[in-house]
Design a protein around this ligand. Structure first.
Ligand code: ATP
Length: 369
């Protein structure tokens, strides 16, 4: 069990690639921290720097109070599960799990206890004599996790451990990993490009883009209060809708509206004072698909702000309908009540829940509210 801190970490590769650019981040003891971001954002490199598999170009990494920049990987008291699992094909499951402990010259009986304990925890006790090729993808994944947990590391590192599993197994394994984290009470740092994995498992999520940390916060906080356009668009599925618009004060009422050219939506009264400095200015207006309701079936409590649109495509999901609409020529997605009568080509009215709107500065792309 230990905390981890990255202090102004840089990783430069030859050819001027800055894979990690001034990363400063504290991971608390026993936290489940997820590094998420698109391909190439530097999340694997950040993990590999902590594991000691890459050399740090600049900055300090600490595990607990110990600076580990020059500590060899095997002495960092961490264990890593790789995307490929990296199991030894010629060894049984038992030997794969025992291997690291044998190298450390642990007594046989102690190894036996630890391997059997871990196998029990992971539900793979009946597979201990098999070779990896005789296992399913999900079983191999559990062996890879087992090989890491037998070592009782201070920090557990997982790099895209679910990406080789099919969709159903990924969902099951997600829950198993969350359970394991609770049982082991160890610090987990987990890398994924999948924001659903991040949202479902993390105690906090660090969002990275182009080697730069964008925001670190709890899943709900990231969802409700994204700091910038990138985080807002990356977290949530389908993604937040964005519209170029102007903030306009209505001369007759003094109320503030978001004017996109094709719609005018009134800003809730309690937010108008915060937006005064942006009056008359260009903004980016963001609204999540679940905050656009069909006018005929709007949940109680949503103060109606009307948006007219033409329906392009509909997707029935059972518990909701995804409506791909066009307002003016601008496309957007709404998640509406499944009882809504809606067909492609229809002109229909939507209600936007302005209480959940997001406003960003178009120059900096930072959130204004
Ligand atoms: P992915 O999800 O595709 O694995 P990632 O977010 O984990 O992406 P990294 O693997 O950390 O990204 O890579 C970050 C950047 O560093 C990328 O631009 C990548 O091409 C570059 N990079 C990584 N390893 C090396 C290397 N050994 N030599 C040169 N460039 C590298």
């Amino acid at each position: 069990m230990a905390s981890v801190s990255y202090e102004h970490i840089y990783k430069r590769f030859s050819g001027d690639v800055i894979a990690v650019n001034d990363l400063t981040l504290d991971v608390q003891d026993k936290e489940f921290m997820v590094f998420v971001g698109p391909s190439g954002c530097g999340k694997s490199t950040s993990l590999r720097l902590l594991a000691g598999l890459e050399e740090i170009s600049e900055g300090v990494i600490k595990i607990g109070d110990r600076i580990v920049n020059d500590v060899p990987p095997k002495d960092r008291d961490i264990a890593m599960v790789f995307q490929s699992y990296a199991l030894y094909p010629h060894m049984s499951v038992y030997d794969n799990m025992a291997f690291g402990l044998k190298l450390r010259k642990m007594p046989k009986s102690e190894i036996d206890d630890k391997v059997k304990d871990a196998a029990e925890t992971l539900g793979i006790s009946s597979l201990l004599d098999r070779k990896p090729k005789a296992l399913s993808g999900g079983q191999r994944q559990r062996v890879a996790v087992g090989r890491a947990i037998v070592r009782h590391p201070q920090v557990f590192l997982l790099d895209e451990p679910l990406s080789n599993l099919d969709a159903k197994l990924r969902v099951e394994t997600r829950a198993n990993l969350s359970r394991l984290h609770q049982q082991l009470e160890t610090t987990f740092i987990y890398v994924t490009h999948d924001q659903v994995e991040a949202m479902t498992m993390a105690t906090r999520i660090a969002v990275l883009k182009d080697g730069i940390l964008q925001q670190v916060a709890s899943p709900q906080m990231l969802y409700d209060h994204p700091d910038n356009v990138f985080v807002a668009g990356f977290i949530g599925s389908p993604s937040m809708n964005f519209f170029d618009a102007t903030l306009v004060e209505q001369p007759d009422t003094g109320k503030m509206v978001v004017d996109s050219g094709s719609f005018r939506l009134e800003i809730p009264a309690h937010q108008t004072s915060d937006l005064q400095p942006y009056k008359g200015q260009q903004i980016i207006f963001g609204i999540r698909p679940e905050d656009i309701h069909s006018a005929e079936l709007t949940p109680p409590g949503v103060i109606p702000a009307r948006l007219s649109a033409t329906v392009d495509v509909t997707e029935l999901m059972g518990n909701e309908i995804f409506v791909y609409g066009l307002t003016g020529s601008k496309p957007f997605i709404a998640r509406v009540d499944p009882r809504t009568q809606v067909r492609p080509g229809d002109d229909i009215e939507f209600n936007v829940n302005m209480a959940n709107m997001h406003i960003f500065d178009p120059k900096t792309e930072l959130g204004i509210l």
